[in-house]
Design a protein around this ligand. Structure first.
Ligand code: UNU
Length: 508
């Protein structure tokens, strides 16, 4: 997909009528004629815009290698879209670290696919803000990692290049949507990886693959230069083997970015410096409603309860808390995710509103691809666009707006529970990884893509920081314990996860 800037042309009278109709306006003949003249005048400004060069963030470390797609011998888990090597500064907190990026993160000069056929051959010429920060910290970026097609599934089997295999047991899938991020870290191909999380996509693959995944507080980590689904619930964050590495990466990528319209005031911390080894520093509120969902596997619930009992034996204070509204979290997330994703796609992948960097290249590429190849969308995105557009149109945005309001109320309920404890706790997902099965039906694929979001998705719409840390196994497969903290108190969440990791033997 090559970059060719648009060259503005005036609409025909028929087009003027058609675009008016899309806004429920019926123009008279005289209105069409008058607008034709007014539009000719207005478009002179657009001719000028075509002449002005775009304003883009500067790219540093310009020695770029476009890389290559590894074959199955080199990449048996299908973790990579591209292997590459972009070296950063000579020293810094990530010197010696090989870092992989989910393939929705702009790395200038290297193809970006979003795990989808639609973007094949698209090469951004800017870096995401977090890429600049990683390179400044001494990292070497060694790969673009596979992901669920357009990030719209939690399972790990719906990339355009097929299933991503679980690094603990390759008869199972890795979890998604940051599937390659988990597989590459688990397989030792990279030291740490960046993932993305809109409904659970950092924490699910971390849980299923026996790794640590941290979804930062919403807006703590700039999302500039990363393709997303909706500004109000897009997150990027680390997937690593240890909590210590997650804190080390967060120290580098967190903080104010003038280019990101999602951010307000962004309080940061010394995340690595705040890590504790001592369970007696930690008070945990175990959220009753995070267990026993209809889809919950008892083995998962038992493993998480046993791990929390072991944490208590090691000195942590563990209490039971109730947050009844948690049971409505997935419903609230769903109403936000459906309409906001449809609006983002209508907005050519970049949307509108807010001051910041707008990726014109992405809009050009996505705009063209979606008009030509939308039939190749992942099935869950097709479903979301149909239903999201229908609901927005038929009910005039009522449900999206109400769900946004309810997400604020939900956030208050978690805050109330957090007033008495450091962190809340529950299983990251109600079940362990699905078995690899390439013969499933469309409806089974949709179910497997979305049936694990009960505990992860509420925190994508409330914004609270949440870490998944390995808690043990159920039938030999990894189980994740999710710890949740107050907004912008990522330090306490990571510190509590670290104390757990250091004091409880999980076999992972
Ligand atoms: N990107 C996500 O977190 C996601 C997960 C599951 C379904 C839709 C989106």
């Amino acid at each position: 997909m090559s970059e060719s800037p648009p060259n503005v042309q005036p609409p025909t009278p028929a087009e003027i009528r058609e675009y008016a109709r899309r806004h429920h306006i019926d123009l008279t003949d005289q209105e069409v004629e008058d607008f034709e003249a007014a539009i000719a005048e207005a478009l002179l400004g657009y001719e000028r815009l075509d002449q002005l060069p775009d304003y883009r963030p500067r790219v540093e470390y310009t020695d770029r290698d476009p890389g290559y797609r590894p074959g199955p011998d080199e990449d048996p888990l299908n973790a990579f879209v591209t292997k590459c090597e972009v070296r950063g500064a000579d020293d810094g907190p990530l010197a010696g670290y090989e870092v992989g990026l989910k393939d929705n993160v702009n790395l200038a000069g290297v193809e970006l696919t979003l795990g989808s056929k639609l973007f094949e051959g698209y090469v951004p010429s800017t870096d995401a803000t977090i890429v600049t920060r990683l390179l400044d910290a001494g990292a070497t970026i060694t790969g673009k990692l596979n992901m669920e097609d357009m990030a719209f599934s939690g399972s790990g089997e719906l990339s355009a290049t097929g299933p991503v295999l679980n690094p603990v047991d390759s008869d199972y899938i890795a979890g998604g949507s940051s599937s390659g991020s988990a597989a590459a870290v688990g397989n030792g191909d990279v030291d740490v990886a960046i993932g993305g999380d809109q409904g659970g996509s950092i924490r699910i693959p971390a849980a299923w693959s026996g790794l640590v995944g941290h979804k930062p507080t919403h807006s703590l980590v700039p999302y500039t230069g990363i393709a997303g689904l909706g500004r109000s619930f897009d997150h990027a964050g680390p997937i690593c083997s240890t909590v210590d590495d997650c804190a080390r990466v967060l120290d580098v990528i967190a903080g104010k970015d003038d280019l990101d319209p999602r951010q307000g005031v962004v309080p940061t911390d010394d995340y690595r410096g705040a890590l504790s080894d001592d369970p007696s520093d930690v008070t945990v509120g175990v959220v009753e409603e995070g267990f026993g969902h209809e889809v919950s596997e008892s083995g998962v619930d038992d493993t998480v309860r046993d791990a929390l009992a072991a944490f208590e034996d090691a000195g942590a204070t563990v209490t039971e808390v109730s947050v009844p509204m948690h049971q409505d979290g997935l419903t609230i997330w769903n109403a936000i995710a459906l309409e906001e994703t449809a609006a983002t796609v209508d907005g050519e992948g970049i949307g509108h509103y807010g001051k910041g960097f707008y990726d014109t290249q992405l809009a050009d590429a996505f705009g063209r691809a979606r008009r030509a190849d939308a039939d190749d969308y992942i099935t869950t995105l097709k479903l979301t666009l149909v239903l999201g557009e229908y609901l927005a149109d038929e009910y005039h945005g009522h449900y999206y707006a109400k769900a946004q309001n309810l997400s604020r109320q939900l956030a208050e309920k978690y805050d109330d529970a957090l007033a008495d404890v450091d962190v809340l706790a529950m299983p990251t997902t109600p079940q362990t990884a699905h078995e690899v099965d390439e013969s499933i039906s469309r409806l089974e694929a949709i179910d497997r893509a979305l049936n694990m979001l009960h505990n992860t998705s509420p925190f994508d719409v409330t914004g609270h920081p949440a870490t998944s840390v390995p808690a043990g196994t159920a039938d030999g497969l990894p189980v994740g314990l999710m710890l949740i903290g107050e907004q912008f108190d990522d330090a306490t969440v990571l510190s509590s996860a670290h104390a757990f990791e250091q004091s409880v033997e999980t076999g992972l």
